[in-house]
Design a binder for this molecule. Structure first.
Ligand code: RM4
Ligand code: MN
Ligand code: MN
Length: 433
């Protein structure tokens, strides 16, 4: 892979020099404003620099809908090229040092080699993800009617074995968690016995749980519909919580923002899972209608902030068992995936820093005094503060770009990759990612 185009550190420095004038001015102005609120801007820069979110390996390829997929120029053609792109994102935004792998989409031929390749780019591996929602070439049993909950025990065994294989690969990669999302459910009333399906799920998950190394966690990901349109087996956070409890202390509940009905109070679900010590972490994305997999913060930035408000509250209170894994899970159908992932990572750091700006004493007072208006105003004050200079300075100090989008575009990275990676052009088959 040597000889492939990479964005040079000196190029980033050059671009940063051009942004110097405005960044210094804006940073100083914000520092003064925050000082009036008794906030030290340097503390927030440290918080911003410490926030990390994992990139999904499947996110750097162009996504699609069930109608079509329009391949982008210079798309990565294998996991090594995907890691090159993840390395580029990391280089520019600095908040994305880990990659979450989907198996078998990104099954490595040699996991040790892949780990070394990632390590050379400063990358490590976050949670593994299994795939029992598609059939693979040569597979013995079909998942058409389910996987871990299928009526046929041979199908269930095959699905369990696949999850064990993911854990094995993850051990070599240095991963410490395994995420299980199943597509199991029913399209028609009566198709599935609800209780029996959940019993089978637990039986299968117990086998997966038993294979977890001591220092691993397993994440249960709920979803209320799709691809099954009438019912899903792990449909909501309550079911997920019940299963995590039933499985044991290494099982936690993952919240994918797109896996809820519109208008559901997700921040409250997050608070509940924190309180019960069972929050695994997130698949961040945004949506208007369903599991749209749009870029984080693109539709409901206030909701994102309110979620981080709960997370920061837990962080500041050192809540037990609070160790959320942050991941993106998006499908980039019409944008350059690298650009979308960089901007999404930035949106998460923004929400995180803004949540740290909430005057928590004032908020607690307003709550105790039964003053809803002041409570909201306290949150809004943090949410409406433009923290962009903090994010830019945090990136710059850790070697990243003050303006990642512009730096990326100026670098010509995508054009160079289009030359290096020929062969994927025009309209191809539909596909989720
Ligand atoms: C699902 C779910 C999983 C993701 C797949 C591709 O809706 O979000 O996390 O792995 O899509
Ligand atoms: Mn997800
Ligand atoms: Mn999803």
């Amino acid at each position: 892979m040597t000889g492939h185009f990479e964005i040079d550190d000196s190029f980033i420095d050059d671009q940063n020099r051009k942004a110097r004038a405005w960044i210094d001015e804006d940073y100083e102005a914000l520092a003064r404003k925050l000082r009036r609120q008794n906030v030290d801007i340097e503390d927030l820069v440290k918080k911003a620099a410490a926030f990390h979110v994992a990139i999904p390996s499947w996110g750097v390829g162009t996504g699609g809908t069930r109608f079509a997929r329009f391949a982008g120029a210079g798309e990565p053609r294998d996991i090594y090229e995907k890691l090159e792109d993840c390395g580029t994102i990391f280089k520019l935004v600095r908040s994305t040092p880990a990659v979450s792998l989907h198996i078998p989409w990104d099954k490595p031929d040699d996991a040790s080699k892949l780990r070394a390749f990632a390590g050379a780019r400063g990358l490590s591996f976050d949670a593994m993800n299994s795939n029992t929602f598609q059939d693979q070439p040569g597979q013995t049993h079909s998942y058409k009617f389910g996987s871990l909950t299928h009526p046929d025990k041979f199908v269930r065994e095959q699905a369990v074995a696949h999850n064990l294989e993911c854990i094995e690969i993850g051990k070599t990669l240095g991963s410490k968690a395994h995420t299980v999302w199943i597509a199991d459910g029913g399209n028609f009333p009566g198709q599935q016995n609800f209780r029996r399906a959940l019993e089978r799920y637990l039986e299968s998950m117990r086998e997966i749980y038993a294979a977890l190394p001591d220092d691993w966690r397993v994440f249960i990901e709920h979803k209320f519909y799709e691809p099954a349109f009438y019912s899903t087996v792990i449909n909501d956070w309550g079911t997920s919580y019940y299963c995590a409890r039933a499985l044991g202390p290494k099982a936690f509940c993952l919240v994918d923002l797109g896996h809820h009905a519109p208008n559901v109070n997700i921040e409250m679900i997050v608070a509940r899972l924190i309180q019960f010590g069972k929050l695994a972490g997130f698949h961040f994305n945004d949506s208007k209608y369903g599991d749209d997999d749009l870029d984080a913060g693109s539709i409901k930035p206030f909701q994102l902030f309110l979620i981080f408000n709960e997370l920061v509250d837990a962080e500041l209170n050192s809540v037990a068992n609070f160790n959320p894994a942050y991941m993106l899970d998006q499908s980039h159908n019409v944008t350059d995936p690298i650009e979308s992932l960089m901007m999404s990572a930035v949106e998460l750091v923004r929400a995180y820093v803004q949540a740290h700006l909430v005057d928590r004493d004032a908020l607690a007072d307003a709550q105790e005094q039964c003053d809803p208006l002041l409570a909201l105003a306290t949150l809004k004050q943090a949410f409406t503060t433009d923290v962009a200079p903090i994010l830019a300075v945090a990136r710059e100090r850790s070697g990243g770009a003050i303006d990642p989008l512009n730096t990326y575009r100026q670098s010509g990275y995508r054009r160079r990759k289009a030359e290096e990676r020929p062969g994927k052009k025009g309209v191809t088959a539909s596909g989720i990612v």
